[in-house]
Ligand binder design. Structure first.
Ligand SMILES: [Fe+2]
Length: 293
């Protein structure tokens, strides 16, 4: 698919009457003029998809969506992950829905990923087929912080110094779901027994746009394969610094009613810290993805 380069400065009207407002000079757009609670025509959905492939993350402010309406919209992007299990806080009634929250009921957390900052990552990169897209709907939002920051991984690859690009050419990295490392993370770590992990190319090609993106991240990439560990450590450190440069990042400040969907194949995200005494509740749905190549 040939995706036209987006105009990062000017808002525009789509053929089916939506308005697309670029959110930053590098990534993200807000889309207005659509009620996602209603079924969408193919034309309107194509406008949304076109903007999504151009801007990588799109935000629909002011939406009122129940679970079924959110699931119906998400299913337009592809089949959803419905692997409900108690550990991942999927909703038993609607297994595509997972809650992200720090709220406790009867002393028990009602959602996953409750508190604090989270390093940059792509969702489910520790699985063989990570989700292609993640959709979040903001319901209760702290007065400050808890922003979701997005980093454009196409730009990270395209602007990589030639010497670094040569070092990662054809390489694969091991991605590990082991958040024990998240607080102290500086680079390489090994796979502890029983921890989910998957090997993926360091540079992946987007299956729709054909563009290449840097596909490692500070939270979950353990090491680059086939390389001494100290060299892997040093190389990953440089890649993380490069891909997280503020000029590639857009920080989304949440308002209740925001519906956000991003493309995990070409975009990293992180969360800023927030006051743990304030309530935070978001609904999450993920779209099944393909094996990265
Ligand atoms: Fe995430």
């Amino acid at each position: 698919m040939n995706v036209t380069a987006p105009d990062w400065k000017r808002e525009y009207q789509t053929p089916h009457g939506l308005t697309v407002h670029p959110a930053s000079p590098v990534v993200g757009a807000r889309i207005t003029g659509v009620d996602l609670a209603r079924p969408l025509s193919d034309g309107v959905f194509k406008d949304i998809l076109d903007a999504w492939f151009q801007y990588l993350v799109v935000v629909f402010p002011g939406q009122t969506l129940d679970e079924d309406q959110m699931v119906a919209f998400a299913e337009r992007f592809g089949p959803l992950n419905k692997s409900a299990n108690p550990r991942t806080h999927h909703n038993k009634k609607n297994p595509a829905i997972m809650l992200i929250s720090n709220i406790r009921e009867d002393g028990k957390l009602i959602g996953a990923h409750p508190d604090g900052e989270m390093h940059f990552h792509t969702d489910q990169c520790h699985q063989e087929k990570p989700c292609s897209a993640t959709m979040l709907y903001g319901m209760e939002i702290p007065s400050r912080g808890g922003d979701t920051c997005f980093a454009n991984a196409y730009y990270a690859y395209e602007t990589l110094p030639e010497a670094l690009r040569r070092r990662i050419d054809g390489r694969r990295a091991m991605n590990v779901y082991d958040y024990n490392h998240a607080d102290t993370r500086g680079g390489t770590f090994d796979i502890r027994e029983g921890v989910p992990h998957a090997s993926h190319p360091v540079v992946r090609t987007h299956p729709v746009t054909g563009r290449k993106a840097l596909y490692v991240n500070r939270l979950m990439t353990g090491f680059i394969e086939g390389m001494p560990r100290d060299e892997s450590e040093e190389l990953l450190h440089q890649l993380f610094i490069h891909q997280e440069r503020p000029e590639y990042v857009y920080a989304h400040k949440w308002t209740p009613g925001d519906l956000v969907i991003w493309d995990n194949r070409c975009l990293l995200h992180a969360r800023t810290d927030f006051d743990a005494s304030e309530r935070r509740l978001l609904r999450r749905v993920t779209v099944l993805g393909e094996k990265p190549v």
